[in-house]
Write a new protein. Structure first.
Length: 89
């Protein structure tokens, strides 16, 4: 009664392969169809356009500021004070 041949008639290997094959082909077909539709939809926007097209007025240019010029050379920093020596002469 519980032999191995009984399970093959209900969910046999051939039926599962057929079902998986059909699902795979349908999924691949839908993927290709959607890829073609999206390709044709996006092909209308292949013209090169400026980034700020239709944004109103152009931005005002910024005036360059001159760099500060050093008039007198600065003195080198003073050396740090030496700690008192604990040695006896």
């Amino acid at each position: 009664m519980g032999g191995g041949a009984g399970t093959e008639t209900i969910m046999g290997g051939r039926q599962a392969t057929t079902l998986l094959t059909k699902v795979t082909w349908w999924t691949a077909g839908m993927f290709l169809f959607l890829a073609l539709v999206l390709t044709f939809m996006s092909s209308g926007g292949t013209q090169v356009r400026p980034l700020l097209e239709g944004q109103g007025q152009n931005p005002t240019p910024v005036a360059p500021t001159p760099l500060p010029i050093e008039t007198q050379p600065t003195a080198p920093p003073a050396p740090p004070p030496q700690p008192p020596s604990n040695r006896r002469p």
